[in-house]
Design a protein around this ligand. Structure first.
Ligand code: BGC
Length: 747
């Protein structure tokens, strides 16, 4: 009878929610349903909810109305095929889903509406597949360009990551499924990620590494948090009481489910007593709280031995039940219907890709290429034809199709245009003539380091030169790949340096020195690469991994169907040695002390006055924009309204991203030169058209974390508002005065 009542109340609440345009149960109704269910459970049943029942599931408990297992799946850009109960194999390897661009691409769109669509595609595809929890998004900060998973995250800046993850999470959860923000926290490298001990001062932690997690919890209502593998000050992140209880639950008010990264649980009672969440791992390795394979209950034993209180187990189970209730899984409330592999989803994948591509250079206006004027095109670089969607470890997917750049080019240009595709040969110094060596050195190639390159390639370079000089366009497709060979990008390991494969830089420098017609460089990588020849490349497009529509997205930008509007979400250093982690010696595989503190990314390059290859926020267009009328209005209570007029002053339609940075002329404590606090992307502006964009800042946007008070503080005084189109292209300034000092604990 009681169950029927709960169900009825939940159904009524859901109907009301649907009327209000919200799909999820409200907190009160969800907590009520969760508590009612908890009250009916035995200790053993509660313990069932403190660990997985298999690699990607949590137990069904039909006796109390949980009729099915809760099902999870990776990742942030697709719904990965379902895993077997006890191992890492796929239950149905053939199941297919849309693969969207990676999160570093999404961040480069600086478009919150696309972030929402990205989330909605994932939510709809999960529902259609019967998946309840998505193991994404990842919001770790790109602290070093070497991090093997930067492509899975939202860049180097906490404000950008926070503002992009919120609509994405809301989009996912609008389908009555749960999103999981990961990896909480300080998992900013893959090198020894399961053992490394990280040390970060509290101010940097709260200002740089936590804001995206906080926004996910506070502004998006994310339902799940995945802890990271690393240790923090000697304690595993998964059992760190300060973070799990002090920050996540007490400060941010998180009510949902915390789970370990797979295999990140190290104890039974210690974890339970320190705010640890549920244990996830490969099914047969889940052993600490509840051992599904052996059918044992170590957590129940710990309660019986007086080592863990039953109230603690109740709390852990309640968090899981709350998430189950919120999504309608527990109560049987109607959940939004999904769909997958639709044309609409594929178009969204393509659009996100197009909007993410960054035009880094276009000195001679080579781009866009005029398709009608091409009879012969040379494409150099095997990555132009290398599929990526099925790679990336937990971020991999299985797609109905994948369009590579080469395939898109062929489709676009048709049979009448000759397309020659060649790999980038590795330049062999031993075989090169004096003139060639000089030309390569002038273009920035590494001519001294490549003695070991395979001599056979040198012959190839001559062949390629002959083709290039008779082609109407030469497209060099470079970058990195996903995977474990050589210096690729991947989970579980970092890149060993920022360079391309040995000899590749020298070959690209050689190609750039030939003066071939319409030479275009396309770099496809999820993290900055330290190319040595960029000064010699007049035209460069930078792309991240763009999923199944990658080739179409890039081709549409190359031919001007789409005017590029992406902006870098990471600073591109000229060389690794310029980065904060390199200069402070704060990157290793054992004890990492974040000594560069909050000077991460552009904050470091500004602080040390280092010229990057391409600055954070940079991205050109096929048109030009004027930014004028920068206006700042401050309201009592510290709300600052910033507006600016953007006018398209060029010849084609395009979009611009206005970036709002704050600097601190009156700072009472050490502060960065400037910090991003908001941004707005214009609509598609026709030539001559303008739009007034606005960004609202509030007290949090001026604050620093005061370690002694353990509070955020906004001091009274003058603040400068910088409005730009990149972190190094500030177009207008205004200042505002904040009248009184404010402290607030909950950021
Ligand atoms: C990764 C997580 C992923 C999990 C489950 C771990 O190795 O770090 O990001 O969600 O596996 O596949």
């Amino acid at each position: 009878m009681k169950t029927a009542n709960i169900r009825f109340a939940a159904l009524a609440a859901a109907a009301l929610a649907a009327l209000n345009g919200l799909a999820m149960l409200d907190d009160e109704a969800a907590l009520k349903a969760a508590r009612e269910t908890l009250a009916k459970m035995t200790l053993e049943e509660k313990a069932l909810l403190t660990g997985g029942s298999g690699t990607m599931t949590i137990s069904a408990i039909p006796r109390v109305g949980i009729t099915k297992e809760w099902t999870m799946s990776d990742n942030s850009s697709t719904v990965r095929p379902q895993m077997n109960r006890w191992d890492w194999g796929y239950t149905n390897p053939r199941s297919q889903n849309t693969k969207l661009p990676s999160l570093s691409a999404l961040a480069s769109t600086w478009d919150v509406e696309l972030a929402r669509l990205h989330g909605e595609v994932l939510g709809a595809e999960m529902r259609d597949r019967g998946v309840d929890e998505l193991l994404g998004p990842g919001v770790n900060i790109a602290r070093t360009p070497l991090n093997g998973r930067n492509w899975e995250y939202l860049g180097e800046d906490p404000c950008l990551a926070a503002k992009m993850c919120v609509p994405m999470i809301k989009g996912v959860q609008s389908y009555d499924v749960a999103a999981t923000v990961k990896h909480f926290c300080l998992n900013d490298q893959e090198w020894n990620r399961t053992t490394v001990d990280t040390h970060c001062d509290l101010r940097t932690l709260h200002e740089i590494y936590l804001p995206a997690f906080r926004a996910a919890v506070r502004d998006a209502g994310v339902l799940c948090v995945m802890t990271s593998y690393n240790k923090i000050d000697g304690i595993w992140a998964s059992e760190n009481k300060y973070l799990q209880t002090g920050v996540l639950r007490d400060r941010w008010g998180f009510k949902g489910l915390v789970e370990t990264d797979w295999g990140g649980q190290h104890s039974n009672e210690f974890s339970a007593n320190n705010g640890g969440g549920i244990e996830m791992d490969r099914g047969d390795k889940i052993v600490h709280h509840f051992n599904p394979k052996a059918g044992k209950y170590p957590l129940v034993d710990a309660v019986k031995a007086g080592k863990v209180s039953e109230a603690t187990v109740d709390e852990m189970a309640l968090h899981v039940l709350y998430v189950m209730a919120k999504t309608g899984f527990l109560t049987g409330a109607p959940r939004k219907a999904g769909e997958r592999n639709t044309k609409k989803h594929q178009e969204i994948a393509r659009r996100i890709g197009e909007e993410s591509i960054v035009l880094a250079k276009n000195e001679k206006g080579v781009l866009p290429l005029d398709a009608k004027s091409l009879k012969k095109v040379l494409v150099v670089g095997k990555n132009a034809a290398e599929k990526q969607c099925h790679k990336g470890c937990s971020a991999e997917g299985n797609v109905p199709y994948e369009v590579t750049f080469l395939a898109a080019l062929k489709a676009r240009l048709g049979k009448d245009v000759e397309i020659v595709h060649q790999p980038i040969p590795r330049f062999a110094v031993k075989k090169a003539s004096k003139e060639e060596l000089e030309a390569v050195a002038r273009a920035g190639g590494h001519v001294d380091a490549n003695d070991k390159a395979d001599d056979a390639f040198n012959v190839k370079l001559d062949e390629i030169k002959a083709i290039a000089l008779t082609s109407d366009a030469t497209i060099i497709f470079t970058g990195t790949e996903l995977g474990y060979n050589g210096n690729m990008e991947s989970e579980g390991r970092d890149r060993k340096d920022m360079l391309t494969d040995p000899g590749e830089d020298a070959s690209i420098a050689a190609i750039l020195s030939w003066g071939a017609k319409n030479t275009v460089v396309i770099s496809r990588a999820g993290t900055p690469v330290g190319y040595t020849w960029t000064d010699a490349a007049p035209t460069m497009l930078l792309s991240s991994y763009l999923g199944m529509e990658e080739g179409n997205s890039i081709a549409r930008v190359v031919f001007g169907d789409v005017n590029p509007s992406g902006k870098l979400c990471q600073t591109w250093p000229k060389r690794y040695e310029d980065t904060g982690v390199a200069q402070m010696g704060t990157y290793n595989g054992k004890e990492v002390v974040y000594n560069e503190r909050f000077y991460v990314g552009y904050r470091w390059f500004d602080h040390k006055k280092i010229e990057p290859m391409f600055p954070f926020g940079h991205g050109l267009s096929y048109t030009t924009f004027d930014v004028s009328d920068v206006n700042v209005k401050t309201e009592k209570g510290c709300r600052v309204f910033v507006s600016a007029r953007v006018t398209n002053t060029g010849k084609v339609a395009g979009r611009e991203v206005v970036q709002v940075y704050v600097s601190y002329p009156d700072a009472k404590v050490e502060r960065c030169e400037k910090e991003l606090k908001g941004f707005a992307k214009t609509k598609l502006l026709n030539p001559g058209e303008s739009e007034v964009v606005s960004v609202v800042l509030d007290k949090e946007d001026f604050a620093y974390f005061d370690e002694l008070c353990h509070q955020f503080t906004t001091d009274a005084g003058k603040y400068e508002i910088l409005v730009g189109t990149s972190s190094r292209d500030i177009r207008g300034k205004a200042s505002t005065d904040i009248a009184w000092t404010m402290q607030f604990p909950w950021m």
